[in-house]
Design a protein around this ligand. Structure first.
Ligand SMILES: [Mn+2]
Length: 465
């Protein structure tokens, strides 16, 4: 490969040194003697001449040149050189490097490309700068916990995959284990996919009380959440890493908030890469799933950083396991209960009601409610089950203006806990209180309580629309 680099100082020479040794020969063409001497001194092949004169190029045997690179700051001269090159040789390909905005203009010449310095810097150097920043952050994070004290990694009340993946990554980054660095929450995981995630990846999340947060001098690290979320004061917070926007101020020894990112797992993936740590399959799987769920598979609020983290992790992650997490397995006995219920299912006014009786796993109830929406003619599904001494009722509907959450609140909130939004809702009621109110726990009792409210509601909505 023969290159001709046309420039006015030795900047391009510095940039292209490796190209010269790896990919071919470069001859520099410069207008001034002084610059020519400087390049020559540093081992470059160089010619000097008037850049806008034909004779200059005749001497250079342009037809041997594969690629001309033009980098002159004066845009008129720059354009003049490009035109002259094209006149002299129809087939030489030209890269025109510019520092201003003039590089954006289109060109009808297929062998002429405009490149902007800013874009080149972004492409090749921004990642390096980011890496340097991440290396510093990792050093700081490690120094925070050097004393070897126990660390509680605190997550939000119903931890999601992004939080769980981030917590695992933080533990890995610190070279800690489950015993010295437990992952904790004041609440518990409820979503079936998230339960499947911790079961399949063997992740332990402990419930903790406010009083035990700093027990025996334990340190406190928050990932995917910020202190104000908890309302109550948490005491000393050592670390906060989160991608959510900052809503209220807080104090922490170290904080890395990147609201431009789609997930906190992205930040931790950058930390791992900066620390030259290849994540295990288990960790990569958790992080990929965290990025995937927080960005709705890289659609919502994701950016170049999320894509880059995803690309890095994906080959390491266990894809089959992610599929299993997304479709949690149903226990056989619970499926049999669903089979029996389905065989006698009646659908009244588009409402399917199923009472499963005793179930082994609570997450089966929402999954079956989800499933029932696929039955022809069903707009609403109500699925209940007995989990130990509690009645759990899940509601799903297909509409956008429906109000599952409202209905559940009105029916069950005063005797248990109920809530949700328009398309999905849940109530949990102690068995004895349910019996006090409705007599018995049966399909009929639930149907009688719920179907009129749902159909009333649909009537009102029809009237409003
Ligand atoms: Mn998140």
């Amino acid at each position: 490969m023969q290159y001709l680099a046309i420039c006015e100082d030795d900047l391009l020479f510095q940039f292209m040194r490796n190209v010269a040794t790896e990919q071919g020969e470069i001859r520099y063409l410069v207008p001034s003697d002084a610059v020519a001497r400087a390049i020559k001194r540093q081992g470059g092949k160089v010619s000097q001449g008037d850049l806008l004169k034909e004779e200059t190029y005749k001497k250079l045997k342009l037809h041997y040149v594969d690629q001309a690179i033009v980098f002159i700051r004066d845009t008129e001269i720059q354009d003049g050189i490009c035109r002259l090159l094209r006149t002299l040789d129809k087939r030489v390909s030209i890269v025109s490097l510019t520092s201003g905005n003039n590089g954006k203009k289109g060109t009808a010449d297929p062998l002429l490309r405009h490149l902007q310095l800013a874009d080149i810097f972004q492409e090749f150097c921004a990642a390096q700068l980011l890496d340097t920043m991440n290396i510093k952050k990792v050093e700081r994070v490690r120094s925070l916990f050097e004393d070897g004290k126990k660390i509680h990694i605190l997550l939000q009340h119903d931890p999601d995959p992004d939080a769980i993946g981030s917590a695992l990554a933080l533990r890995e980054l610190l070279g800690r284990n489950r015993a010295t660095t437990p992952i904790v929450t004041f609440g518990g995981i409820t979503r079936p996919e998230n339960l499947a995630m911790i079961r399949l990846l063997d992740i332990q999340i402990d419930r903790i009380s406010y009083n035990d947060l700093h027990k025996d001098g334990a340190r406190l690290a928050l990932v995917d959440v910020q202190p104000p979320y908890f309302g109550a004061t948490l005491g000393r917070v050592d670390l906060v890493v989160d991608q959510h926007p900052k809503r209220a101020s807080f104090k922490a020894r170290f904080a890395d908030l990147r609201s431009g990112y789609g997930s906190t797992s992205t930040i931790f993936t950058e930390y791992l890469r900066a620390a030259s740590m290849e994540p295990s399959q288990r960790l990569a799987t958790a992080l990929v799933y965290g990025i995937k769920t927080d960005t709705l598979f890289l659609e919502r609020g994701s950016n170049r950083a999320d894509l880059s983290a995803f690309n890095f992790l994906y080959p390491i992650a266990n894809k089959a396991m992610i599929t299993r997490i997304e479709r949690p397995a149903l226990p056989r006995e619970d499926l049999e209960a669903m089979g029996r219920a389905l065989s006698r299912l009646q659908v009244d006014s588009g409402v399917a009601v199923i009472h499963l009786g005793e179930v082994n796993r609570e997450d089966v109830i929402p999954q079956i409610a989800e499933f029932c929406l696929q039955i022809e003619g069903v707009d609403w599904s109500v699925v209940s089950g007995l989990v130990k001494d509690r009645v759990v009722i899940c509601v799903r509907n297909v509409g956008y203006v429906k109000s599952a959450g409202d209905i559940m609140k009105r029916l069950y909130d005063d005797i248990g806990s109920a809530g949700g939004h328009r398309a999905m809702a849940k109530a949990v009621v102690p068995l004895d209180r349910f019996k006090e109110r409705f007599g018995e726990v049966s399909e009929k009792a639930i149907r009688d309580a719920m179907v009129p409210m749902i159909t009333d509601r649909d009537q009102i909505e029809l009237a409003l629309n």
